[in-house]
Design a protein around this ligand. Sequence first.
Ligand SMILES: [Zn+2]
Length: 245
Amino acid sequence: MKIIRKETDHCEERKGSVKPTFLIIHYTETKNLTDAEDYFMGRKDHPEGGRVSAHYMIDQDGSIVQYVDEAKRAWHAGVSHWGGIDDINLHSIGIELVNPGRKYGYQPFPVQQMDALVRLCKDIMSRHIISPHRVLGHSDVAPTRKQDPGELFKWQTLAQAGIGVWPEPGEEDRRMASDYVRDKNSLKEAFLTVGFDPQADMNSMVVAFQRHFYPEAFTELDGKGRVNETMAARLHWLVRNRPNL
Ligand SMILES: [Zn+2]
Protein backbone atom coordinates (compact mmCIF):
# COMPACT_ATOMS: atom_id res chain seq x y z
CA MET A 1 0.00 0.00 0.00
CA LYS A 2 1.44 3.33 -1.06
CA ILE A 3 1.35 5.99 1.60
CA ILE A 4 2.74 9.46 0.94
CA ARG A 5 4.44 10.91 4.02
CA LYS A 6 4.18 14.58 4.89
CA GLU A 7 5.04 15.78 8.33
CA THR A 8 3.19 18.36 10.39
CA ASP A 9 4.07 19.71 13.82
CA HIS A 10 0.33 19.73 14.70
CA CYS A 11 0.75 16.80 17.09
CA GLU A 12 2.25 15.83 20.43
CA GLU A 13 3.36 12.82 22.45
CA ARG A 14 0.61 10.54 23.75
CA LYS A 15 0.62 11.19 27.50
CA GLY A 16 1.58 8.12 29.50
CA SER A 17 2.45 6.29 26.28
CA VAL A 18 -1.24 5.44 25.82
CA LYS A 19 -1.82 3.03 22.94
CA PRO A 20 -4.55 3.86 20.43
CA THR A 21 -7.72 1.78 20.88
CA PHE A 22 -10.11 3.85 18.72
CA LEU A 23 -10.26 4.54 15.02
CA ILE A 24 -12.11 7.77 14.25
CA ILE A 25 -13.36 8.55 10.75
CA HIS A 26 -14.01 12.09 9.51
CA TYR A 27 -14.71 14.05 6.39
CA THR A 28 -12.67 17.15 5.64
CA GLU A 29 -15.48 19.48 4.58
CA THR A 30 -13.14 21.07 2.05
CA LYS A 31 -13.23 21.37 -1.74
CA ASN A 32 -10.11 19.21 -2.06
CA LEU A 33 -7.20 17.60 -0.25
CA THR A 34 -4.96 20.66 -0.56
CA ASP A 35 -7.40 22.89 1.29
CA ALA A 36 -7.54 20.44 4.23
CA GLU A 37 -3.79 20.01 4.12
CA ASP A 38 -3.35 23.79 4.37
CA TYR A 39 -4.97 23.57 7.83
CA PHE A 40 -2.98 20.49 8.83
CA MET A 41 0.33 22.06 7.86
CA GLY A 42 -0.49 25.44 9.40
CA ARG A 43 -0.39 27.23 6.03
CA LYS A 44 -3.89 28.58 6.73
CA ASP A 45 -5.91 29.10 9.89
CA HIS A 46 -8.77 26.68 10.41
CA PRO A 47 -12.19 28.43 10.24
CA GLU A 48 -13.10 27.09 13.69
CA GLY A 49 -9.76 28.26 15.07
CA GLY A 50 -7.18 26.07 16.72
CA ARG A 51 -4.59 23.86 15.13
CA VAL A 52 -5.87 20.67 13.56
CA SER A 53 -4.45 17.48 12.09
CA ALA A 54 -5.16 13.80 11.60
CA HIS A 55 -2.89 10.82 11.21
CA TYR A 56 -4.13 10.09 7.69
CA MET A 57 -6.08 11.71 4.89
CA ILE A 58 -7.56 9.80 1.95
CA ASP A 59 -8.28 11.66 -1.28
CA GLN A 60 -11.31 10.92 -3.43
CA ASP A 61 -9.11 8.97 -5.87
CA GLY A 62 -7.93 6.71 -3.04
CA SER A 63 -4.46 8.15 -2.52
CA ILE A 64 -3.37 8.13 1.11
CA VAL A 65 -1.24 10.73 2.89
CA GLN A 66 0.12 10.33 6.42
CA TYR A 67 0.78 13.49 8.44
CA VAL A 68 1.26 12.25 11.99
CA ASP A 69 3.05 9.18 13.30
CA GLU A 70 0.63 6.66 14.86
CA ALA A 71 2.57 6.80 18.12
CA LYS A 72 1.70 10.52 18.45
CA ARG A 73 -1.50 12.31 19.39
CA ALA A 74 -3.11 14.13 16.46
CA TRP A 75 -5.72 16.86 16.82
CA HIS A 76 -8.86 15.70 15.02
CA ALA A 77 -11.59 14.87 17.55
CA GLY A 78 -11.65 17.94 19.84
CA VAL A 79 -14.01 17.83 22.81
CA SER A 80 -15.23 14.25 22.65
CA HIS A 81 -16.42 11.24 24.61
CA TRP A 82 -17.08 7.53 24.19
CA GLY A 83 -17.73 4.82 26.75
CA GLY A 84 -16.38 6.75 29.73
CA ILE A 85 -13.33 8.11 27.90
CA ASP A 86 -13.09 11.85 27.43
CA ASP A 87 -9.94 12.55 25.51
CA ILE A 88 -10.54 10.63 22.30
CA ASN A 89 -7.52 12.22 20.59
CA LEU A 90 -5.28 10.62 23.18
CA HIS A 91 -6.77 7.18 22.51
CA SER A 92 -7.28 7.19 18.77
CA ILE A 93 -5.98 7.22 15.27
CA GLY A 94 -7.81 9.72 13.07
CA ILE A 95 -8.55 9.31 9.38
CA GLU A 96 -9.93 12.16 7.25
CA LEU A 97 -11.75 11.48 3.99
CA VAL A 98 -11.74 14.29 1.48
CA ASN A 99 -15.39 15.28 0.94
CA PRO A 100 -16.92 18.74 0.38
CA GLY A 101 -19.26 18.00 3.30
CA ARG A 102 -22.21 20.11 4.37
CA LYS A 103 -20.49 23.38 3.53
CA TYR A 104 -19.51 22.72 -0.10
CA GLY A 105 -21.96 20.02 -1.21
CA TYR A 106 -21.93 16.69 0.60
CA GLN A 107 -21.48 13.79 -1.79
CA PRO A 108 -21.16 9.98 -1.66
CA PHE A 109 -17.72 8.56 -0.95
CA PRO A 110 -16.23 7.13 -4.18
CA VAL A 111 -15.43 3.41 -4.37
CA GLN A 112 -11.68 4.08 -4.75
CA GLN A 113 -11.73 6.13 -1.56
CA MET A 114 -13.63 3.43 0.37
CA ASP A 115 -11.30 0.69 -0.95
CA ALA A 116 -8.29 2.68 0.21
CA LEU A 117 -9.94 3.22 3.61
CA VAL A 118 -10.51 -0.53 4.00
CA ARG A 119 -6.87 -1.27 3.16
CA LEU A 120 -5.61 1.41 5.53
CA CYS A 121 -7.87 0.32 8.41
CA LYS A 122 -6.77 -3.30 8.04
CA ASP A 123 -3.17 -2.18 8.08
CA ILE A 124 -3.69 -0.06 11.22
CA MET A 125 -5.62 -2.85 12.96
CA SER A 126 -2.80 -5.29 12.31
CA ARG A 127 -0.58 -3.10 14.49
CA HIS A 128 -3.02 -2.03 17.24
CA ILE A 129 -5.69 -3.68 19.34
CA ILE A 130 -8.85 -1.86 18.26
CA SER A 131 -12.21 -3.40 19.09
CA PRO A 132 -14.66 -3.33 16.15
CA HIS A 133 -16.97 -1.38 18.49
CA ARG A 134 -14.39 1.39 18.65
CA VAL A 135 -14.33 2.10 14.94
CA LEU A 136 -16.43 5.25 15.06
CA GLY A 137 -17.30 8.49 13.32
CA HIS A 138 -16.56 11.97 14.59
CA SER A 139 -20.31 12.48 15.10
CA ASP A 140 -20.44 9.43 17.41
CA VAL A 141 -17.88 10.90 19.80
CA ALA A 142 -19.02 14.55 19.44
CA PRO A 143 -22.75 14.27 18.66
CA THR A 144 -23.69 17.82 19.63
CA ARG A 145 -20.98 19.44 17.49
CA LYS A 146 -20.20 17.22 14.53
CA GLN A 147 -21.94 15.49 11.62
CA ASP A 148 -19.03 13.79 9.88
CA PRO A 149 -18.54 11.42 8.14
CA GLY A 150 -22.34 11.64 7.80
CA GLU A 151 -25.21 9.52 6.58
CA LEU A 152 -23.72 8.91 3.12
CA PHE A 153 -20.79 7.06 4.65
CA LYS A 154 -21.27 3.31 4.17
CA TRP A 155 -20.62 1.83 7.62
CA GLN A 156 -22.33 -1.38 6.55
CA THR A 157 -19.91 -1.83 3.64
CA LEU A 158 -17.02 -1.22 6.00
CA ALA A 159 -18.33 -3.81 8.46
CA GLN A 160 -18.76 -6.33 5.66
CA ALA A 161 -15.07 -5.80 4.90
CA GLY A 162 -14.31 -6.71 8.52
CA ILE A 163 -13.98 -3.21 9.98
CA GLY A 164 -16.35 -2.00 12.67
CA VAL A 165 -19.73 -3.49 13.52
CA TRP A 166 -23.09 -3.50 11.80
CA PRO A 167 -26.11 -4.57 13.87
CA GLU A 168 -28.07 -7.62 12.76
CA PRO A 169 -31.15 -7.57 15.00
CA GLY A 170 -32.97 -10.76 15.84
CA GLU A 171 -36.24 -11.59 17.56
CA GLU A 172 -35.07 -10.45 20.99
CA ASP A 173 -33.90 -7.07 19.67
CA ARG A 174 -37.19 -6.47 17.90
CA ARG A 175 -39.09 -7.33 21.07
CA MET A 176 -37.11 -4.77 23.09
CA ALA A 177 -37.41 -2.12 20.39
CA SER A 178 -40.89 -0.96 21.38
CA ASP A 179 -39.60 -0.13 24.88
CA TYR A 180 -37.09 2.29 23.44
CA VAL A 181 -39.69 3.88 21.20
CA ARG A 182 -42.09 4.37 24.14
CA ASP A 183 -39.75 5.16 26.99
CA LYS A 184 -37.20 7.99 26.74
CA ASN A 185 -35.36 6.82 29.86
CA SER A 186 -34.63 3.34 28.58
CA LEU A 187 -33.66 4.87 25.24
CA LYS A 188 -31.18 7.17 26.95
CA GLU A 189 -29.80 4.34 29.03
CA ALA A 190 -29.24 2.30 25.88
CA PHE A 191 -27.35 5.16 24.20
CA LEU A 192 -25.11 5.53 27.26
CA THR A 193 -24.51 1.78 27.44
CA VAL A 194 -23.38 1.80 23.83
CA GLY A 195 -20.93 4.62 24.63
CA PHE A 196 -22.49 8.01 23.91
CA ASP A 197 -21.63 11.07 26.00
CA PRO A 198 -24.00 11.40 29.01
CA GLN A 199 -23.80 15.20 28.56
CA ALA A 200 -25.29 15.08 25.06
CA ASP A 201 -28.95 15.93 24.57
CA MET A 202 -31.33 13.22 23.41
CA ASN A 203 -31.98 14.61 19.93
CA SER A 204 -28.25 14.87 19.15
CA MET A 205 -27.76 11.26 20.20
CA VAL A 206 -30.68 10.04 18.10
CA VAL A 207 -29.44 11.86 15.00
CA ALA A 208 -25.81 10.78 15.53
CA PHE A 209 -26.97 7.19 15.97
CA GLN A 210 -28.99 7.45 12.76
CA ARG A 211 -26.02 8.83 10.81
CA HIS A 212 -24.05 5.73 11.74
CA PHE A 213 -26.51 2.87 12.23
CA TYR A 214 -29.78 3.91 10.64
CA PRO A 215 -29.04 6.14 7.61
CA GLU A 216 -32.47 5.23 6.15
CA ALA A 217 -33.82 7.90 8.53
CA PHE A 218 -32.48 10.58 6.19
CA THR A 219 -34.49 9.36 3.22
CA GLU A 220 -37.70 8.67 5.14
CA LEU A 221 -40.27 11.42 5.41
CA ASP A 222 -39.56 13.21 8.73
CA GLY A 223 -37.26 10.31 9.64
CA LYS A 224 -34.40 12.41 10.96
CA GLY A 225 -34.52 12.51 14.74
CA ARG A 226 -37.49 10.15 14.99
CA VAL A 227 -37.05 6.84 16.80
CA ASN A 228 -38.81 3.92 15.15
CA GLU A 229 -38.70 0.19 15.87
CA THR A 230 -36.21 -0.70 13.13
CA MET A 231 -33.73 1.81 14.49
CA ALA A 232 -34.41 0.77 18.09
CA ALA A 233 -33.82 -2.92 17.28
CA ARG A 234 -30.39 -2.05 15.89
CA LEU A 235 -29.66 -0.10 19.06
CA HIS A 236 -30.62 -3.05 21.21
CA TRP A 237 -28.39 -5.35 19.15
CA LEU A 238 -25.50 -3.01 19.98
CA VAL A 239 -26.43 -2.99 23.65
CA ARG A 240 -26.48 -6.80 23.71
CA ASN A 241 -23.26 -7.21 21.79
CA ARG A 242 -21.27 -4.55 23.54
CA PRO A 243 -17.90 -5.93 24.60
CA ASN A 244 -16.84 -5.75 28.24
CA LEU A 245 -13.97 -3.31 28.00
ZN1 LIG B 1 -14.29 15.47 11.98
